[in-house]
Design a protein around this ligand. Structure first.
Ligand code: ZN
Length: 417
């Protein structure tokens, strides 16, 4: 347990550097890193320059391709202490299609209105990255000789699958740590609402149905199957009847989320009786499950349809999964893990009461850091609001950046001391 005096020094360092922290968040927002197409060189330069300026350590660029850099920076402790990895992604989603016109400010121009910072990536998650960097700087200034290592891993390519980012670091580079935290926005209804110790995964798949392609004027004269109609029937039945089995999970009282028909496709033009049609689904699975678990239930459901209709020509195609990720268990850090306790204590010091534990609705790089790297990972605890991510008028509350930074700093101090 760090002394109260040292905790006070950390908190006042962050208060003293509040303007610099906010300005740096603005710098990150002002440096585009939209993915796709994906090019993090400019933002990685901004990050590396700040790491040097704050004397946190010598940044190391790790890149599978030169235009997809990850920035690592290790604050070395005395030998033998634990390694804490603070992770955040430096790419953002694109401005968007329909949403582009809905922005009331220029998405790439950081704009402070009242106590909010507007701009693309402000919530997801350039404010989180800034918080982790300034938390590290606070530690460097106040407690330069810690027992353990603080390893900053600021990664590319989270928004399109992490192949150049977390997967590359965990698989090829050999990233190692005793525990990791990702500063993704963990608020849903209000900022810093919960410390997400678990996250959900996805089983994404397509249902392809084949029919009888022919001239539509004679479909009543020959035996024929309209692939679009069959597809629609299966879609409707799946919506009402598909059950994905799972054990109850205390952090996810709602269980799995079934999204049937997130995309639909069928037919080519008038006059052509549809020969093929398909729809896509994503099932959000729980910690402890694997995509393969959900796949088994979907296959069994479709087998039931085939048994009732022997002419039915249908197949399930697993859409986006790397083969090995089908059997990856969705990660969760136990509520009684020492670092989780430390985070809650730090949150109480900063906000007056411990921030409750929760489950992140979606997925984060935790699946890869845990699945490939074997690193227990807190999937999301950072400033910002998840519902604002990937949409127009994304913003982050200025105060939540400062509070997150203090909590990140105090937690690292207590864990590494
Ligand atoms: Zn994110």
């Amino acid at each position: 347990m760090p002394s109260e005096d040292m905790q006070r020094q950390v908190v006042s360092w962050v208060d003293d550097h509040r303007d610099s922290l906010i300005d740096f968040t603005c710098d990150l927002v002002a440096t585009p890193s939209v993915n796709p197409p994906g090019d993090e060189r400019a933002v990685a330069d901004v990050v590396a320059a700040r790491l040097k300026k704050l004397e946190i350590g010598e940044p190391e660029i790790v890149a599978k391709e030169p235009h997809r850099p990850n920035v690592l920076c290790r604050m070395k402790g005395a030998d033998g202490g634990p390694v804490l990895c603070y992770n955040g992604h430096i790419d953002t989603k694109p401005v968007g299609d329909g949403a582009a016109d809905d922005w009331e400010t220029d998405p790439l121009t950081p704009t402070i209105i009242g106590d909010r910072l507007y701009g693309l990536g402000s919530t997801d998650m350039k404010s989180g990255v800034a918080s982790l960097i300034y938390a590290s700087a606070a530690l460097r200034a106040v407690a330069p000789t810690l027992r353990g290592d603080l390893l900053l891993a600021l990664t590319a390519d989270e928004e399109t699958g992490s192949g150049y980012g977390a997967i590359h670091l965990a698989n090829d580079y050999g990233l190692k740590a005793d525990i990791a935290l990702i500063a993704e926005p963990s608020g849903v209804r209000r900022e810093l609402e919960q410390i997400c110790i678990a996250s959900r995964g996805t089983f994404a798949f397509e249902v392809r149905v084949r029919g009888t392609q022919m001239h539509s004027s004679i479909s009543d004269q020959f035996p024929s199957v309209n692939a679009s109609v069959k597809m629609a029937e299966i879609l409707a039945r799946m919506q009402h009847e598909l059950v994905v089995r799972h054990d109850p999970h205390p952090l996810y009282p709602g269980g799995v989320t079934r999204n049937v028909g997130v995309m639909v496709n069928g037919g080519v033009w008038y006059g052509v009786y549809p020969g093929e049609a398909s729809f896509a689904c994503d099932i959000r699975i729980l910690p402890g499950m694997t995509p393969a678990d959900a796949q088994r239930d979907v296959e069994a459901f479709v087998d039931g349809l085939r048994a009732a209709d022997p002419d039915l020509d249908v197949e399930i195609v697993s859409a986006i999964h790397r083969a090995e990720s089908m059997t990856m268990v969705q990660p969760e850090v136990p509520a009684d893990d020492p670092f989780v306790r430390i985070l809650q204590d730090a949150s109480a010091t900063v906000t007056g009461e411990p921030i409750p534990l929760g489950g992140f609705a979606g997925g984060t790089d935790a699946i890869f850091l845990h699945g490939y790297g074997g690193i227990p990972t807190i999937p999301a605890f950072g400033p910002g609001l998840l519902p604002l991510a990937h949409g127009a008028n994304e913003y982050v509350g200025l105060e939540s950046i400062v509070q997150a930074c203090k909590i990140h700093a105090l937690a690292a101090l207590a864990y590494l001391e």
